[in-house]
Design a protein around this ligand. Structure first.
Ligand SMILES: Cc1cc2nc3c(=O)[nH]c(=O)nc-3n(C[C@H](O)[C@H](O)[C@H](O)COP(=O)(O)OP(=O)(O)OC[C@H]3O[C@@H](n4cnc5c(N)ncnc54)[C@H](O)[C@@H]3O)c2cc1C
Length: 371
């Protein structure tokens, strides 16, 4: 019987557990905190295809296909819905970017619909007048991330104390992980999916915190039906600015409106910064003025784990046979959890899979040493 040990019960670790279990591994998971309670619990839950750069496109597209395959089997608590993404253009430059996105997507066989100003307002009447147009990806979706992580673990048979240990891993080497209390767990395959804290387990792994703020409102069914994202979001997400804000709004199936988001590099303090929160709300209200009438009930922050080139780190850890890294997904880890898990399982089984592993490999960062 092959044994796998997954370090971290966020959505990435949970998805890896589920995929490895399908390959016949007996999987156990170690995490000192509740399932999905760190970055996963802070995420919006948008499942989206990002069409650039090519390796992000390949991973998010493959991941969305895998989410669609899982969709009929997901439990109702996962709140999966195919709401679609509406990319909104506020100026001519963004409208040109919408057309470039459509062309890149079409070249890969992904359908997306260009909209003019009137088409936008027809789909989302709460958008302000005067926006120039946009791009609709009808097949993008949403999930409730902590419930999705729990669902993956249940499918992996990795629930209950025997399988999810409430413990912290202090170090790993080929075939064994040492817990903070000194106990040793042995496994044929070990997956390091500890989110931002993977940097404490892998020497030299260049992960940086990128803090985000979100606000959620009371239930206002019908306020919007798509995930509405300004096209400027792409510049913010991929840019190197220390601080940025972009409109990113979605309605959960229960009618609550989730309003984001911000990005701040190297801010590890989880406290809500009222100045950033005000910027997030002001930016979203510029696009959706009616937000000002809704009642906000809660705000929170989360830390994304960012890499220097913006791509996650997925692959074998050099010098530690059977140890794999699956971390650094920045703002796309909910989406990319399924594709990441498939890639980890393919690599662990020595299979050639749907994704080329090269762009995500650990050794692209020369400074990375052993666990
Ligand atoms: C504001 C915000 C909005 C976002 N919105 C989206 C979105 O809409 N769509 C999307 O795709 N992504 C989104 N993301 C990104 C997404 O949330 C993350 O990429 C994803 O949750 C990362 O999952 P993870 O499993 O790698 O990390 P985590 O969820 O952080 O899980 C890591 C786990 O490892 C555990 N751990 C740490 N150290 C150890 C150790 N030594 N031993 C054992 N366990 C350990 C932790 O306790 C934790 O439970 C968003 C992020 C933020 C902050």
């Amino acid at each position: 019987m092959k044994r796998a040990l997954v370090v971290g019960a966020g959505i990435v670790g949970a998805a890896c557990a589920e995929r490895l279990a399908r390959d016949g591994f007996v999987v156990s998971v170690v995490d000192p905190r509740p399932v999905g309670s760190v970055a996963t619990g802070a995420g919006m839950g948008h499942l989206l295809v990002m069409d650039d750069p090519p390796a992000e496109f390949a991973l998010t597209l493959r991941s969305r296909i895998l989410w669609d395959e899982l969709a009929p089997t997901l439990s109702p608590s996962v709140d999966h819905a195919a709401c679609g993404t509406l990319w909104v253009a506020a100026d001519e430059e963004e409208l040109a970017e919408a057309e470039r996105k459509r062309a890149r997507l079409a070249a890969a066989g992904v359908s997306a619909e260009l909209l003019d100003s009137a088409g936008l307002v027809r789909l989302e009447p709460n958008l302000r007048a005067g926006l120039l147009g946009g791009l609709r990806l009808a097949e993008d979706g949403i999930v409730y991330p902590p419930a999705a992580a729990q669902w993956f673990l249940e499918r992996a048979g990795a629930t209950g104390e025997r399988h999810v240990r409430s413990a912290s891993v202090a170090s790993v080497e080929s075939g064994r992980a040492t817990l903070a209390d000194g106990r040793v767990l042995e496994a044929d395959v070990i997956v390091l999916a500890a989110g931002l804290e993977t940097r404490a387990l892998v020497r030299g792994l260049p992960l940086r915190a990128r803090k985000g703020h979100l606000v959620i409102t009371d239930r206002h069914p019908g306020f919007c039906s798509h995930e509405i994202v300004e096209l400027g979001y792409v510049k913010n997400a991929h840019g190197a600015a220390l601080e940025s804000v972009a409109c990113n709004v979605l309605a959960r199936p229960n009618g609550q409106v989730l309003v984001g988001s911000s990005r701040q590099f190297d801010v590890d303090d989880p406290a809500i910064d009222p100045r950033m929160l005000a910027r997030v709300v002001a930016r979203a209200t510029e696009f959706l003025p009616g937000l000002a009438r809704l009642k906000a009930i809660r705000a929170w922050t989360g830390l994304r784990a960012a890499t220097p080139d913006g791509l996650p780190v997925i692959g074998p850890l050099p010098g530690a046979s059977g140890v794999f890294v699956a971390a650094g997904h920045e703002g796309l880890g909910i989406t990319a959890s399924t594709g990441t898990a498939e890639l980890v399982a393919d690599l662990a089984s020595g299979r050639r899979g749907a994704l080329d592993p090269h762009p995500y490999r650990v050794e692209r960062f020369a400074e990375v040493g052993h666990a």
